[in-house]
Write a protein that binds this ligand. Structure first.
Ligand SMILES: Nc1ncnc2c1ncn2[C@@H]1O[C@H](COP(=O)(O)OP(=O)(O)OP(=O)(O)O)[C@@H](O)[C@H]1O
Length: 264
């Protein structure tokens, strides 16, 4: 195995994602080949319906690929048991079914499930990771509240805390900034960045905050017209990929300032 490959946290080869219909498959995107390494913050962008959630769900093992392969830490995802996969990747999805009757602390503690014994006994190490996850997401102050008592934005941060508590090399998040105000959006982005750059994790998150993704991410996956482009933000901008994201009659992109504006 080459040295290069050893550092690959997520590797997809000619991956095709979509849905199996009764008569034929519905291909949402195909030929997706990406390689994410340790310490990378990677944004996943594209217009509504371009396949961001479908790709994340497929990488997470929640739906089957139509074709192609997915490797996590150099091993095919098909060779992972659910327990070992849960120690390797954590997922924060939109509309995730959770028991809102749990307290925040109880929900975040569930992140430790892949590591605890069958009684779910938490060790001191588990407890300190949970405390860190609550502090990092600024959710410690409402740890004893029931999840149904939280605003959408607070709940979003709690779900990120649970993923952090799971302490996996790869963290997948589907639109983690939805429902957040500007302050919390910025703090979540800074948090994701520090998780990647300071803790050495690999973070892949989908977002409609394209400007932030281009400014902050090490790499970006652009889903467009059934294909995926994967490169540095700079290269994608230079190649005109970002200019072509939206119909030019509605939204304009300025390469210098990395800003979109609405065509008046
Ligand atoms: N369960 C499903 N069965 C069949 N098709 C689906 C299913 N879920 C999504 N799709 C279709 O797959 C395509 C991609 O959807 P997906 O939710 O992955 O896009 P997205 O990029 O995440 O969109 P958004 O930005 O609106 O969240 C869409 O055409 C959608 O209608």
């Amino acid at each position: 195995m080459s040295n290069e490959k050893q550092h690959s946290v997520l590797f997809t080869n000619r991956l095709s994602v979509g849905y199996s219909g009764s008569s034929s498959d519905v291909v949402v995107a195909s030929d997706i080949s990406i390689e994410l390494k340790k310490s990378q913050l990677v944004g996943l962008i594209g217009i509504n319906g371009s396949g961001k959630s479908t790709l994340l769900r497929t990488i997470a093992g929640l739906q089957e690929p139509l074709s192609g392969t997915i490797e996590i830490a150099g091993k095919s995802i098909t060779n992972y048991t659910p327990d070992i996969l849960a120690q390797s990747l954590s997922v924060v999805l939109t509309g995730q079914a959770i028991s809102k009757n749990l307290t925040v602390l109880e929900l975040v503690a569930l992140g430790r499930q892949p590591y605890t014994n069958w009684l779910g006994t938490l060790t001191d190490n588990d407890k300190s990771i949970i405390k860190y996850a609550l502090e990092a997401t600024e959710t410690l102050e409402f740890k004893d509240r029931k999840c149904y008592e939280l605003s959408d934005g607070q709940l979003q941060r709690v779900l990120i805390a649970r993923a952090l508590a799971q302490d996996t090399q790869l963290i997948l998040l589907d639109e983690p900034m939805t429902h957040l105000d500007l302050h919390h959006k910025a703090s979540i982005l800074q948090l994701l960045k520090s998780i990647a750059h300071e803790q050495g994790k690999t973070v892949l998150f989908s977002t409609h905050d394209i400007e932030y993704a281009l400014q902050l991410c090490d790499k970006v996956v652009v889903m467009q017209e059934g294909l995926a482009r994967f490169d540095t933000p700079q290269q994608l901008i230079e190649d005109g990929v970002i200019d072509g994201l939206f119909p030019s009659k509605t939204v304009l992109f300025d390469r210098e300032s990395i800003r979109f504006s609405i065509d008046k």
